[in-house]
Design a protein around this ligand. Sequence first.
Ligand code: SF4
Length: 360
Amino acid sequence: MSEMINRSQTRPVRVGNLTIGGSDELFIQSMTTTKTHDVEATVAEILRLEEAGCQIVRVACPDERAAYSISEIKKRITIPLVVDIHFDYKLALIAIEQGADKIRINPGNIGRQAKVEAVVNAAKAKGIPIRIGVNAGSLEKQFLEKYGYPTADGMVESALHHIKILEDLDFHDIIVSLKASDVNLAVEAYKKAAAAFDYPLHLGITESGTLFAGSIKSAAGLGTLLSAGIGNTLRVSLSADPVQEVKVARELLKIFALSSNAATLISCPTCGRIEIDLITIANEIEEYISTIKAPLKVAVLGCAVNGPGEAREADIGIAGARGEGLLFMKGKTVRKVPEATMVEELKMEIDKLAEEYFEK
Ligand code: SF4
C-alpha cells in the first residue's frame, strides 16, 4: 500500500463557513431523524444538535417536499446543511438551488451523462461540494462480482469510479465516505482510501446499533482511524436520539486530543474507601460540563486517600471525605466544602475557570 495521506494533508474543501480537510481540525456531523418537509420539527432537532456540539448536519431528501424545505430550514439554523439524495438528479438540482451547503449523491448512480453534468454544473456554480458515499451494503454489482462479496478494495474502487466521473468534469470539491457496519472492513477501506486519494474523508461505522453497543463499536472503529491520523469529519451512527451521536463523537475527539472546545471528566471507579455518592455526582457533573466549550479537566473522586494526587492533571475537582468534600485544583487542596453543597460549589468553580479561559 502506498503511504497514507493523513488528515492535514488532504485537500481543503469548503462546506458553508467551514473548511474540511487540509488541517488537523475534525468536525462532528449528525443526521436528523425527522421528516425533512416538517420544517418545524427538523429545525427544532437541528437546534438541539447544534447545542450539543454538532458542527454539520445532514437531512434526508426523499422527495420534492423535502427538497423545497431546504431554504426555510437554512434560514433558521447556523451550521452547514448537507442534503442527502440517492438517485434523483432533479432533487439534487432543487436542493442546490435552495441553498444546500453540500450534497451527498453518488454521481455513478445519477444516470445519463447530461443529468450528471447538470448536477455538477449546479454545484460548481454555487461553489458547494459533493460527498460520495460508498456503503459496503450497497456496493455496485461490478465490484461485488469482481470480489464475490464487499471488500475494502471493492469499496475503494467504487469510490474511485465515482471520483473519476467528477474529475472528468473538472470537479474537485469532493468528500468521500466508505461506510460499513463491519468495523474491520470499514477500517481497512478507510486506510486504503487514505492511501489512494487526497480528498477529505468523512468517517462512519454504519448501522452500528444502540446507544450502548453502537457507541463501543463506533469507538473501536473510529478510534482506530482517528489515532492513525485519518478522518476530517465523523458521524457516530446510533439507533438513538441523534444528540447522543454528537455526545459520543465529542468524547471520541477529546480522547484523541482532537477537540479544543470541550471539558473532560475524570472520575474514579470507586472502591471500599468511598466516602460520597460518587456515581450520582459524576453523572451530574458530566451532564453539567457537556455544554462547556473550554478544554477543562474536571475530576470527581470518591475519597481523599489517593484522590487529589491521582487526579493531578485535573484543573479542578472534588474528593469525598467523611461528611464533606475537598475542593482541589491541580492536585492541591484549596478548601473544604460541606457535602450538601459541594456539587454546587464545584459547578461555580468550573464556571469561573471557563470564564477565565475565555478572558485569556
Ligand atoms: Fe477508591 Fe478513593 Fe481511588 Fe475512588 S479515589 S477508587 S474511592 S481510593
